[in-house]
Design a protein around this ligand. Structure first.
Ligand SMILES: [Zn+2]
Length: 427
């Protein structure tokens, strides 16, 4: 039935094309509603099956959120949100689900309503659901902020104490995170109580207002924040340990293949060479080199010169460099565990082949009944296969190392290409 809609006619008029855009948007909302119904029913069936199998209440439902996320091609960490939203819409918010089904709300706006009302009792949530949907008259012309504000307003009126309690709980989630920004920059984000955050921002702004050395307000605020937190001048070199992986040919200036900075991602060759050059010439910095070997065909890490004599430590470093992030498909979380694909207790070896980089949540999820993870290696390509309790399989292949791939007909032993790992350590 969708073929006629998805086949875009080249001769279509602008009005017809607008119509296609509108109908596709409606379909996305409808699909989100169907996905929520299927997810909630899946959880019910799983719970019933586990209960019938005599599983304790505490053990039930483990791993299901990861399965839901994988089915949606999303990071396992998001599975909880998907399941929570599905359960809330199906069991507690019929009017919001109906609005989603009719295309009046997008999935994002429906999720916003679910989030804003999460602190309410089921009874109050049903009240909010009915009230908001009646007031909105089909949400015509309502933007993301208005949907959030109205849901928040009704929530606060229905149960002010619950909102206060939620706010108090939120304080516990305060944290500092980083994510890459373009042009070798990075965003450092503080999630903190409102008063403290505004206070910190105001203090930095005041500092900038008093400074008249030609730097912009943003520049002074950033410099002051750095100096206060690290206790160092911005002009002083940074003294942290960096793991930088780059091709020896790039280090020698023969090519400009991007390097890989652990915990950040790819960086241009020029910048990588500047980092290594700075470390080599700075008397206080300590630059160390370690040779890594790349498979000629897959480009993956095959061996590493090991300084550490203790086998597991070197192996953990090897797996970390090979996998870079958690190996579960769609999960980009940092590696917290060096996990056995086939568990130790089932005779799984402590080896690079059986080892996998995993984040905490994924390592826990795959311990749930019905999950199986196996690893294989073919032509230097390390593959992990995840089988879920419903029989779905997902594959993840380790990423190649930096450097130009070599596709010559050479045996592995002869075709090893050396890559240098440069580590800067604190002086
Ligand atoms: Zn993970």
């Amino acid at each position: 039935m969708f073929e006629s809609l998805f086949d875009i006619d080249f001769a279509a008029s602008e009005a017809q094309l607008r119509d296609v855009v509108e109908r596709c948007e409606e379909l996305k909302s409808k699909a989100a509603a169907a996905q929520a119904r299927a997810t909630a029913l899946w959880a019910q069936k799983r719970a019933a099956a586990e209960q019938a199998a005599g599983m304790s209440a505490r053990g039930r439902g483990k791993g299901l959120t990861s399965e839901i996320a994988l089915a949606r091609r999303d990071a396992p960490a998001c599975g909880n949100t998907h399941l929570g939203m599905a359960n809330a819409l199906v069991h507690e918010m019929p009017c919001t689900l109906a609005a989603l089904e009719k295309g009046q709300l997008s999935e994002y706006r429906a999720l916003t309503i679910v989030r804003e009302s999460a602190c309410l009792s089921v009874e109050d949530r049903r009240k909010l659901d009915a009230e908001l949907n009646e007031e909105a008259h089909g949400f015509d012309g309502w933007g993301n902020r208005r949907v959030a504000a109205e849901a928040r307003r009704i929530t606060a009126r229905l149960d002010a104490a619950a909102v206060v309690e939620r706010n108090n709980k939120a304080v516990k989630d305060r944290c500092v995170t980083t994510r890459p920004a373009p042009n070798n920059m990075v965003y450092v984000t503080f999630l903190m109580p409102l008063a403290q955050g505004i206070g910190m921002y105001a203090a930095l702004k005041r500092e900038a207002d008093m400074c008249g050395d030609g730097r912009s307000r943003g520049q002074v605020m950033t410099d002051v924040a750095y100096e206060r937190v690290t206790g160092r001048d911005v002009a002083q070199p940074v003294s942290v340990s960096l793991n930088l992986v780059m091709a020896d040919t790039t280090l020698a200036g023969d090519d400009t293949e991007p390097a890989w900075l652990d915990g950040y991602g790819p960086i241009p060759a020029g910048f990588a060479c500047k980092l290594t050059g700075d470390a080599a010439t700075d008397a206080e910095a300590k630059a160390t080199l370690r040779r890594l070997y790349r498979h000629p065909k897959s480009g993956q890490l095959v061996a590493m010169e090991s300084r550490a004599r203790i086998f597991p430590k070197g192996l953990a470093a090897f797996i970390g460099l090979r996998d870079r992030t958690c190996r579960t498909p769609y999960c980009d979380a940092p590696i917290r565990h060096h996990d056995h694909a086939t568990p130790d207790r089932e005779g799984g070896e402590t080896s690079a082949l059986n080892g996998l980089g995993a984040c905490e949540a994924c390592n826990y999820a795959k311990e749930a009944p019905g999950w199986r993870v196996s690893t294989s290696k073919h032509e230097g390509e390390h593959t992990a296969e995840y089988t879920t309790p419903t029989g779905a399989t997902y594959r993840s292949i380790a990423p190649p190392l930096p450097g130009v791939p070599v596709r010559q007909k050479v045996s592995l032993a002869e075709g090893r290409i050396s890559i240098d790992l440069v580590t800067f350590q604190a002086a």
